[in-house]
Design a protein around this ligand. Structure first.
Ligand SMILES: *Cc1c(COP(=O)(O)O)cnc(C)c1O
Length: 372
């Protein structure tokens, strides 16, 4: 049988191996070293944000971001509901309660109207949210102008979960650089990968350096091991940072290829009235189109997303339903949620198509041909 077509497999440039060899040659086989320093510097230049801490995962980055913003036991933290659970889990690690906000139908990201409603309602109930975590899902920037101004109006710190959005921009500003802190992920399925890894991004030097300290077991500066804080083992390995440096060199190419794949799917499916796409609302939005996602109008189509998913699976092609919203997850069912039905509809009718940058035009034709 034909080799499996994956949703978003790693795509090495060939340069990673040399950096890994250099890391071995220097014997920095450790959770720190020159590759980590250089990767941080290169990310900071790419995003135009002065401070970056390379970490073991995007989840670790969200955990430290919330910690740096002072989130503590008993707090409430607002988060996008339509996302991967890793956006919300760190809120619970800190003993805080997630307050989940539904999406608006254009970007599929946090609805600014519901956000403001939730903030005023939580304040009325006696608890001002301690932070907001907004996600750029599948690479699509959220409505950052409105979300940032609401966060400023109520003086609530904002974390941008740009795990899926490296290379995306809103009004020419890099995703990951909005809010007090931004986070990135370099997991194996993301647009570039270190196999596992993440980063915390901020213009606040002190917060990033404290996060780096906590991520390194909070070891105080003494010849012996002295501790005044609870630490974490969250730093990125020097070997993995070497992979990241090779990957970051080709990020522009990876973004153009994913955007080209998205254009091809649209072209191949353009006469199919029952199928629509997650789409940039206007020219201020620039998505990396990490995943190309479609919605199926079941009434017009006479079939649903599961029938397409199974058909693709039978042909050894990976596809995936859109994220199941957090307010519908058993583990978060007790959390306050402000919903409008949008993300539930997206979950029921939406499918992520294979979107890896190593896909061939013939693969895209094959996949599009199976969507019926
Ligand atoms: C992947 C992802 C994360 C978590 O990143 P890891 O590096 O896998 O820990 C967080 N949020 C979103 C939206 C993601 O897609």
């Amino acid at each position: 049988m034909r080799t499996k077509i994956w949703l978003s497999p790693p795509h090495m440039s060939g340069k990673e191996q040399q950096y890994v060899n250099d890391a071995f040659a220097s014997n920095w086989v450790a959770p720190l070293g020159p590759m980590v320093d250089a990767f941080e510097e290169e990310l900071s230049v790419y995003l135009a944000v002065p401070h970056v801490a390379a970490l073991s995962s995007g989840t670790a980055a969200i955990h430290l971001a919330l910690l740096m913003l002072g989130v503590k036991t008993g707090d409430e933290v607002i988060a996008s509901s339509f996302t991967f659970s890793a956006t919300v889990n760190p809120i619970v690690y800190l003993g805080a309660t997630p307050v989940l906000i539904d999406s608006e139908p254009e970007t599929w990201n946090m609805d600014p109207v519901l956000l403001e409603e939730a903030i005023t309602d939580r304040i009325k109930k006696g608890k001002k949210p301690a932070a907001i975590v907004v996600v750029d899902l599948y690479g699509m920037p959220a409505r950052m102008d409105q979300i940032c101004s609401i966060a400023e109006k109520y003086e609530i710190p904002l974390v941008e979960d740009a795990a899926e959005a490296l290379g995306s921009r809103f009004e020419e500003k890099a995703c990951g650089s909005f809010g007090q802190m931004g986070i990135l992920s370099f997991n194996g399925n993301k647009i570039i990968t270190t196999s596992a890894g993440g980063a915390l991004v901020s213009s606040d030097a002190e917060k990033v350096s404290t996060a780096r300290f906590l991520a390194t077991q909070a070891r105080d500066e003494f010849p012996h091991y002295e501790h005044t804080h609870i630490g974490y083992n969250y730093r990125l390995s020097n070997i993995l940072a070497a992979i990241g440096r090779g990957q970051l060199q080709v990020i522009q190419d990876r973004v153009s290829v994913r955007r080209e794949i998205n254009r091809s799917y649209r072209e191949l499916l353009k006469d199919r009235e029952e199928i629509s796409f997650q789409t940039e609302p206007d020219l201020r939005y620039f998505s990396n189109y990490w995943l190309s996602c479609i919605l199926i109008n079941r009434k017009k189509a006479g079939f649903d997303r599961e029938s397409i998913r199974i058909r693709l699976q039978m042909e050894n092609i990976d596809s995936r339903p859109l994220w199941k919203p957090m307010h519908l997850q058993p583990v978060f069912k007790a959390c306050p949620a402000y919903v409008n039905g949008t993300s539930e509809k997206l979950f029921v009718n939406g499918l992520c198509l294979p979107s890896g940058s190593s896909l061939q035009p013939s693969d895209l034709e094959l996949i599009a041909g199976l969507i019926l």
